[in-house]
Write a protein that binds this ligand. Sequence first.
Ligand SMILES: NC(=O)CC[C@H](N)C(=O)O
Length: 385
Amino acid sequence: MKHPLTNSNGARPRATLALQDGTLFEGTAIGAAGQTSGEIVFNTSMTGYQEILTDPSYTRQIVTLTYPHIGNTGINPEDGESARVQAAGLIIRDLPLLASNFRSTQSLSDYLAQQGVVAIADIDTRKLTRLLREKGAQNGAIVVGGEPGQALALARAFPGLEGMDLARVASTQTAYEWTEGPWQLGAGFAPAPAPHLHVVAFDYGVKNNILRMLAGRGCRVTVLPAQAGAQEALALAPDGIFLSNGPGDPQACDYAIEAARTLIDSGTPVFGICLGHQIMALASGARTVKMKFGHRGANHPVQDLATGKVAITSQNHGFAVDAATLPANCRVTHVSLFDGTLQGFERTDRPAFCFQGHPEASPGPHDLAGLFDKFVTMMESRNHA
Ligand SMILES: NC(=O)CC[C@H](N)C(=O)O
């Protein structure tokens, strides 16, 4: 299919990327026409652009990928972490002329155009990433065609993510049941095994594979909207509560912090990931801070303090829990070996624990699948007590 933005000469239109500090980059439009603005964030993963684009935690963020060739394996119907692109835009170095993979059904460029997502290629992403690392998070904008001044004005008009409550925007608005298990080569998505546990998952912008990992371990999963109250969840008499990942500033999610406090105090096992981890910290009395440039990638080393073992984890967060503010009833379990950031803690007075990083869709030897097993064991042992 000829890309809708390709003109009769086969050339794609020019596009401008502007950062709030005034830096301008000229490139080529590879997605939808129009313009977009958001916080510019870099991700160092070498694979997984489809999972990244569809991760709801990237709401109102424009992602730049440090790996230079993006689009090589096209887009397939199975790897989305949600039903659509959630990132506000994409910035890459090079879009390959051909996409090839046995599962690919569409090119990245056609997918972006179809999804109405503005994206830009031929950008010096090394320069851009160095700039973000040195100066810290920046707001920015991409404008297809148009004047550079227009992109700059748009970048500067973006209010920034601090204080922004996006969990209720990214969340489902109605409760639903999740039954699909994890994907396997040759078998596709397995129907989940017969459930022996019931988990209520709060959806702040959940990734599908997290729900699959719960279903694959024998959990019936009832997904509730972000703003559901603690009593609504407890009325379902769940064996455990899951607090999901999600976009925006955790401190802005007062309804979720309030609900988490009651849920943890109820004594029901609680497990949180990423935004869920930050909300558990806030509900426990700790504080969160905006990081200089965040952690986004697939190879972030995280140490389990109990065993000394290091897991190579997927990360996508721009806020972090300030370890110094954790109260005495919280014990740090994991720290980042990249910069010492708190990466996981547990409550010593309640069956509740959480983790800042994300599990991999395709579990390897160093992933976080063990945390899901821990949650299942916690629920089982409580039921047998
Ligand atoms: N992946 C997530 O859940 C991100 C949490 C939060 N929005 C942050 O940026 O830190």
